[in-house]
Design a binder for this molecule. Structure first.
Ligand SMILES: NC(=O)c1ccc[n+]([C@@H]2O[C@H](COP(=O)([O-])OP(=O)(O)OC[C@H]3O[C@@H](n4cnc5c(N)ncnc54)[C@H](O)[C@@H]3O)[C@@H](O)[C@H]2O)c1
Ligand SMILES: O=P(O)(O)OC[C@H](O)CO
Length: 324
């Protein structure tokens, strides 16, 4: 299919985007690595991870990457920690394309964001990031959703913005790739903290305080890396922070909720904030600014069992007093 949109990764988000883009009139190639999963989707047209949502007819499902050979834009919807491995296996099939990362996080092995991994693995491709407040289930149901698409190549950005936009997906463009990436990565970390706060029974006032101070931390860290503060105040930062910290649809929030309650989190879910907290902390330590991201540092320590939740709360509440 000439000009179809390619989507890699038929998990919740990849499948939801396929459904929405197809309903907006685009032909879609949806790639999954597992031939058995592809067979199941071809036969039943159902997406198990989306409560049986049905793939429209104009979504073709494949386990053969060469089927995406005529797709000018390919959306990469694999988990952040799997992106580097995926790109090194398939870089040969991804040359000269607009490669749109849909992952939210930072790679633990390299401390790079998704577009950095794409640029390094596929130097002839145009890296972009699609991010913002968006639950896969909402998108699959056709609920109106607004997202940020970021890229430094303005012409390519406008082109893909147009391609992905329609009655379900309203896409805002932004040239601040670092800000868009870090907003999506950091909000997942703060959402784990918000879940811990609620699970531990600290209450709504504490969650509001945590979100506010967490947002200050996101802006502080991201601007040090070159992000524009306005980007963090947009869909990819503030917007997604609000969604993810306040809804138990969020896996990151639910992970924190389980920890706060003293339960074991569901290890089968993609919870990007856990590895990302460690990656951000390592990067901040490298830059000498680890003391400026106290919430992220505490999430990294709690989720790796280096400190307890009561000790983490005590440590955050007894930091030196300062101006807001
Ligand atoms: N689910 C959502 O509501 C949502 C919304 C916005 C963004 N995202 C982001 O989208 C990304 C994917 O999340 P998801 O919810 O679809 O996760 P998911 O766990 O539902 O699906 C991930 C998919 O990636 C595949 N995969 C894993 N490793 C792979 C590899 N090495 N090579 C090829 N395929 C691989 C899995 O088989 C699975 O189909 C995450 O970064 C997430 O933050 C998710
Ligand atoms: O379920 P989560 O926590 O990965 O959140 C999904 C999306 O990122 C929300 O925008």
């Amino acid at each position: 299919m000439n000009g179809a949109v390619g989507i890699v990764g038929a998990g919740a988000f990849g499948a939801a985007l396929a459904i929405a883009l197809a309903r907006q009139g685009r032909d879609v190639w949806l790639w999954a690595r597992d031939a058995a999963v592809v067979d199941h989707m071809r036969t039943t047209r159902e997406i198990r991870r989306l409560s049986g949502a049905v793939l429209p007819e104009n979504v073709s499902v494949t386990a053969d990457m060469s089927d995406l050979g005529l797709c000018p834009a390919i959306l990469l919807s694999v988990p952040m920690q799997a992106l580097g491995g995926f790109l090194s296996l398939h870089a040969g099939n991804l040359k000269d394309r607009h490669l749109v990362a849909c992952c939210k996080g930072m790679d633990l092995a390299t401390q790079r964001g998704p577009t950095g991994l794409i640029a390094s693995a596929c130097p002839k491709a145009t890296p972009m990031i699609l991010t913002g407040p968006s639950f896969a289930a909402d998108i699959a149901q056709g609920q109106a959703t607004a997202l940020t698409l970021a890229c430094t190549d303005e012409a390519a950005l406008k082109h893909v913005q147009q391609d992905l936009s329609g009655p379900i997906l309203r896409i805002y463009r932004n040239s601040d790739v670092i800000g868009a990436e870090l907003g999506g990565a950091l909000k997942n970390v703060i959402a784990i903290a918000a879940g811990i706060v609620m699970g531990a029974g600290l209450g709504e006032s504490a969650r509001a305080a945590l979100m506010t101070r967490g947002f200050a931390e996101m802006v502080r860290f991201a601007t040090q890396l070159g992000a524009r503060p306005e980007t963090l105040m947009g869909l990819s930062g503030f917007g997604d922070l609000v969604l993810t910290c306040t809804s138990d649809q969020s896996r990151n929030f639910r992970h924190g909720l389980a920890l706060g309650r003293g339960d074991s989190p569901d290890a089968s879910l993609t919870v990007e904030g856990v590895a990302t907290a460690q990656a951000i902390l390592a990067q901040a330590a490298h830059l000498g600014v680890a003391d400026q991201i106290p919430v992220t540092a505490m999430v990294a320590r709690v989720t790796t069992g280096k400190t307890t939740i009561p000790d983490a709360i005590h440590a955050l509440m007894s930091r030196p007093l300062k101006e807001e």
